[in-house]
Unconditional design. Structure first.
Length: 338
């Protein structure tokens, strides 16, 4: 059953068994679909009629933010599941006045079911909701896990739902400012068919983000790349902060901030040509000094430094910044400190 507040419309692209999709497809005719500039053109969403009843399972950092973004796009969030104190707080802050319900009840009353749970929880949740009859034909069921495609939603798809994997490429805190961050984010979209892509693309654009198509078979590598770039970056930065503080240089974050911001910006703009420092210029004496002081004063960083320096030498040589002989000399020094 559709939410009683939704108007009945006739869609250009019709899905007879999926009335929820008809409402979404009707609006897609006026929604631009060409990259970041298109996402900025999705305006005046608050004045649009609400088209989908959205259920959020659960009010974690991602689910609460996406639920709020969908509400801002004119949909109605009709239920959210939350158990922990933090989840209940996020639900109250980002989804005010939305009833907190068990996951199966949230799914039953929704046209769009947003499953925002950890990767290892998702398969069991999908199986459980399907077994209890919480899904029905015509629903859109979305999960937000980065490493999973739509195959994990097979128990729901077998019941006639439209499965979508929408993974926001952004780190969230679960606060209101995260909703604004969606405007600068991409969303990895994995679908089962072209109608799924059209719906997934429209939902992402409505939230103000940029849809990026990720083939199902590429999902694990896609997610590993993001984790390596973002999660390990935090570890790298905190390791550098610890080393500076150990050297008596404070405030370490203030010292590092402008340098790291410039390095990140240059690497995204210029690729490997942005490499600088002793490894990239073949300064083996400085590299040796770094290895010695790390072994003595920060031994937990010696091996990570060596491994990253080897990767840096390889990239610098490939970019033409470091000649073959100099690169070989740098690698010999690094290999000698295993």
């Amino acid at each position: 059953m559709l939410h009683p507040d939704y108007p009945s419309v006739q869609a250009e692209v019709r899905y007879p068994a999926r009335p929820g999709l008809e409402r979404l497809e009707d609006d897609m005719a006026t929604t631009p679909r060409s990259g970041r500039s298109a996402s900025r053109d999705v305006s005046d969403v608050a004045q649009r009629p609400a088209r989908l009843a959205v259920g959020v399972v659960s009010a974690g950092r991602v689910g609460s933010v996406l639920g709020s973004a969908l509400a801002g796009a004119g949909h109605i969030v009709v239920g959210v599941s939350a158990v922990s104190r933090e989840s209940l707080r996020r639900a109250a802050d980002l989804l005010p006045e939305v009833p907190v319900l068990p996951p199966d009840e949230v799914a039953r009353r929704s046209d769009l079911v947003l499953l925002a749970v950890p990767d290892d929880v998702l398969p069991g949740l999908v199986h459980g909701l399907a077994a209890t009859g919480a899904f029905r034909a015509g629903q859109i069921v979305v999960h937000t896990c980065g490493a999973q495609g739509v195959a994990v939603l097979a128990p729901a798809a077998d019941l006639g739902v439209l499965p979508l994997a929408l993974h926001p490429v952004m780190t969230f805190t679960g606060r209101s400012e995260d909703v604004a961050r969606m405007a600068a984010a991409c969303v990895g979209v994995t679908v089962a068919d072209e109608p799924g892509w059209s719906v997934g693309e429209a939902l992402v654009l409505e939230m103000g983000a940029e849809p990026v198509r990720v083939p199902p078979q590429s999902r694990p590598l896609y997610h590993a790349a993001l984790a390596h770039g973002a999660n390990h970056l935090v570890t790298l930065v905190r390791d550098a902060v610890d080393a500076l503080e150990r050297a008596g240089v404070t405030p370490a974050e203030r010292v590092l901030g402008p340098l790291l911001e410039a390095a990140l910006d240059n690497s995204l703009r210029h690729g490997d040509r942005a490499l600088t420092g002793p490894v990239a210029r073949g300064d083996v004496d400085t590299v040796r000094a770094h290895l010695r002081v790390l072994a003595r004063s920060a031994p937990e960083l010696a091996e990570p430094y060596r491994v990253q320096a080897v990767r840096t030498a390889h990239r610098a040589e490939r970019a033409g910044l470091l000649g073959p002989e100099a690169a070989a000399e740098v690698r010999a020094v690094l290999e000698g400190h295993r």
